[in-house]
Design a protein around this ligand. Structure first.
Ligand SMILES: C=CC1=C(C)c2cc3[nH]c(cc4nc(cc5[nH]c(cc1n2)c(C)c5CCC(=O)O)C(CCC(=O)O)=C4C)c(C)c3C=C
Ligand SMILES: [Fe+2]
Ligand SMILES: [Fe+2]
Length: 322
């Protein structure tokens, strides 16, 4: 079972409101006292944000729907094919989303009721976070509550330390540079979390820093040729730094930095946060601050080396079962 975050059904305010209401009600995501948060969420955020964010979704929406959903479906199909080729067995790959459809409940019950007795759960987050990976765990446990006969389950916690994952990332950057030349700076921009979450034990930022170090080592870049940063802040509290937008603004003003390339290794699939925030908004930030050239390097999506890596990851865990 592949699991990703989820996305609105349509790029309109009503769909985005429904999606945000579910996402932002998860105590793994927003950690402030429930009653206070309920008042803020329903009193302010869900009145103002859906309309604004729906417009952003419209800029990245495709004929096949939300990029995140469309790419997740392609990953699902490619992984199923790859596993079949490797094992000779038609092992079903189900797709589920933490928020929205196909929900963990829909996918979990479908598998359980079709007689599946062993499930490998693969949250599509290379770096573990309490806000994402643990939310999948909670959601699955909740979804399976009505099920009297639980299947056996393996829950994959993270996979950023795998050599083949790091190699796929490095390959994607190298291939991009073969075609488009090299930048003055490579920015590895990861989705952020509040600093308070790291301070109270969420290991996600350290996983991101570890990922960056490993990729950079494979690319052979020197310290002046790259940076890591954290994007997609939400709310007023301090998030993990450095902030992607602030760093790009600073680089734009720097006369010796003409071209920047940005890659987003915390995302296994392109989505609003990469295609709108990084590819569109932050490009404007960098260019308006004085930068000359800005390139966004896509996520691993359904690249063959990504799918191959995911298949190996899953089959290694399933070894005792096959
Ligand atoms: C590594 C993955 C992610 C982490 C960690 C993460 C933490 C996190 N996110 C929010 C708030 C929002 N995120 C939103 C979109 C979004 N987030 C991720 C991934 C991670 N989030 C993805 C893949 C997406 C894109 C979904 C899509 O439809 O394409 C949004 C919705 C958009 C918006 O309103 O801006 C919010 C809100 C918090 C608060 C958080 C950690 C505490
Ligand atoms: Fe997010
Ligand atoms: Fe965002």
């Amino acid at each position: 079972m592949l699991v990703n975050l989820g996305t609105p059904e349509n790029p309109d305010a009503a769909s985005v409101r429904k999606y945000l209401a579910e996402f932002l009600s998860d105590p793994r995501v927003i950690r402030i006292p429930r009653v206070l948060w309920w008042l803020i969420l329903h009193g302010i955020i869900l009145r103002v944000r859906p309309g604004k964010v729906a417009k952003l979704y419209q800029t990245v929406w495709t004929d096949e729907g939300s990029p995140l959903m469309h790419i997740s479906r392609k990953q699902q199909a490619a992984l199923q094919l790859c596993i079949q080729e490797k094992t000779g067995q038609p092992i079903p790959v189900e797709l589920a989303m933490s928020y929205g459809e196909p929900s963990l409940a829909t996918a979990g019950r479908k598998l359980a009721s079709s007689g599946v007795q062993r499930i490998i759960v693969l949250p599509m987050y290379p770096q573990y976070s309490s806000t994402t990976t643990a939310a999948v765990f909670d959601g699955l446990a909740r979804a399976l509550k009505p099920c009297p006969d639980l299947p056996e389950m393996i829950f994959i916690r993270d996979y950023w330390e795998r050599e083949d994952y790091i190699a796929a990332l490095a390959n994607s950057v190298r291939e991009y540079w073969d075609e488009h030349g090299k930048p003055d700076k490579l920015l590895l921009s990861f989705h952020g979390i509040p600093q308070r979450y790291e301070d109270t034990g969420d290991p996600y930022p350290s996983g991101c820093r570890g990922t960056a170090q490993a990729v950079i080592k494979q690319l052979g870049l020197t310290p002046d040729q790259w940076s890591e940063s954290f994007q997609s802040r939400f709310g007023r509290e301090e998030w993990v730094k450095p902030y992607t937008d602030a760093l790009l603004e600073e680089w734009g003003q720097n006369d010796s930095i003409h071209r920047v390339d940005v890659v987003c290794p915390a995302f296994s699939a392109d989505c609003l946060e990469t295609l709108e925030e990084i590819e569109e908004q932050n490009k404007i930030t960098f260019l308006e601050a004085g930068g000359k050239e800005y390139h966004y390097i896509p996520c691993l999506n359904d690249r063959p080396d990504h799918i191959e890596m995911l298949a190996k990851l899953v089959l290694e865990r399933a070894k005792a079962w096959l």
